[in-house]
Design a protein around this ligand. Structure first.
Ligand code: SAH
Length: 346
């Protein structure tokens, strides 16, 4: 049953302080409750032992504490873990823990489904149901951190917003979740360890720069030719490469932080010399690095990973112009946890 009471974690610290004042109590009670909710991760008001019984009863009458619930947990043979996460209204999103020697990364979702329509992505086939709230994003990180400590004996080191959804189409909540993740009252993680990945929403990239965010930005480019990009990412008709370029220049001028371009090379789509040259040219506009991602098939084979020779050609051309390039191997493919495979199959 969905409760009619308000989710207390939707209130900011200031709002909590005002709430206590409004009921004739002291504002600092609001700060106490905030600490219980965020740094201590309380699931019930009864745990809040420094509040009086009456106060706790009052909170119980007026609010709920919604937490996500890890419904199923799947483990890949390569150590990757995928969580299917149930939300308070029974919708489900997925998040992934990706362990490597040096780091453990949480890949979190920002929307149920996705606002955009990338033709090669399984998530895009689920229509966008709703945006996640800041606490629902935060809870995914907390759950992965616990699993990292439990199964890999170390805390989470990095977070990428590369799960389901387009983070910049849920701008406010994503930024609020990052505030909580980075604040000392939350998880106290450094924003330098967080990367937000966007399909490229120019207006919102500029807004990130204006808001002086401290995390990293990755852009799913996949083609530097407008016509090709529109074919694989139809929304790009409205968010053109020219506008994208301008927004990235704006971002760099304000933040002085390099952009990462995510790039998949498909057979017969973007594996030709013109595609490579267009990417090299695009990479010269703003300091950047390129992350070539392995394609994870999601369907009948309409899209196919280009042969490794094509990828070598990309690498050679980029390196010739001193543009840093890495190739990202897929992780967790056997449990549909790799990039673009998150589609709530369970
Ligand atoms: N909407 C955001 C974040 C989610 S997708 C974005 O587009 O950046 C995370 C990354 O996975 C993106 O780079 C996306 O292009 C890529 N991706 C989507 N489908 C994929 C697939 N089938 N195989 C490999 N990568 C895929």
């Amino acid at each position: 049953m969905i409760s009619e009471k308000k989710d207390i974690r939707a209130l900011s610290k200031e709002e909590l302080r005002s709430f206590f004042e409004s009921i004739g109590d002291k504002a600092f009670r609001g700060s106490q409750v905030y600490e219980w909710l965020w740094s201590k991760g309380s699931h019930s008001f009864d745990e809040m032992t420094n509040l009086s019984k009456e106060t706790r009863a009052h909170l119980n009458e007026n609010f709920v504490i919604n937490h996500i619930k890890v419904d199923t947990l799947q483990k890949s043979s390569d150590g990757t873990i995928k969580n299917a996460v149930k939300l308070h209204d029974n919708l489900v999103v997925e998040s992934v823990l990706i362990p490597t020697k040096k780091r453990t990364t949480a890949c979190v979702s920002s929307q149920v489904g996705c606002s955009l329509d990338c033709t090669f992505c399984a998530t895009a086939r689920l229509k966008r149901m709703r945006n996640l709230n800041p606490d629902e994003i935060y809870d995914q990180v907390v759950a992965i951190d616990k699993e990292s400590r439990l199964y890999h004996d170390k805390p989470l080191s990095n977070i990428v917003f590369m799960g389901m959804g387009e983070p910049l189409m849920n701008y406010k909540n994503v930024l609020e979740s990052i505030d909580k993740i980075t604040s000392d009252e939350g998880l106290g993680m450094s924003p330098k360890r967080i990367t937000v990945s966007t399909s490229g929403v120019p207006k919102m990239i500029k807004k990130l720069a204006d808001d002086e965010v401290k995390f990293h930005l990755a852009v799913s480019l996949h083609s530097a030719i407008q016509e090709t990009r529109e074919q694989i990412m139809p929304f790009a008709k409205n968010f053109t490469l020219t506008d994208l370029r301008e927004s990235l220049e704006y971002w760099y001028n304000k933040t002085k932080r390099k952009i990462t371009y995510e790039y998949i090379v498909w057979k017969d789509i973007n594996d030709k010399r013109v595609d490579i040259e267009a990417l090299v040219t695009f990479c010269k506009y703003v300091p950047c690095k390129v992350n070539i991602i392995e394609y994870n098939p999601i369907d009948d084979g309409h899209f196919q990973q280009a042969p490794s020779r094509a990828i070598d050609d990309y690498i050679e051309a980029l390196e010739r112009d001193r543009i840093p390039v890495t190739v990202r191997r897929s992780r967790g493919k056997d449990i549909d946890a790799a990039c673009g495979q998150l589609a709530n199959k369970q």
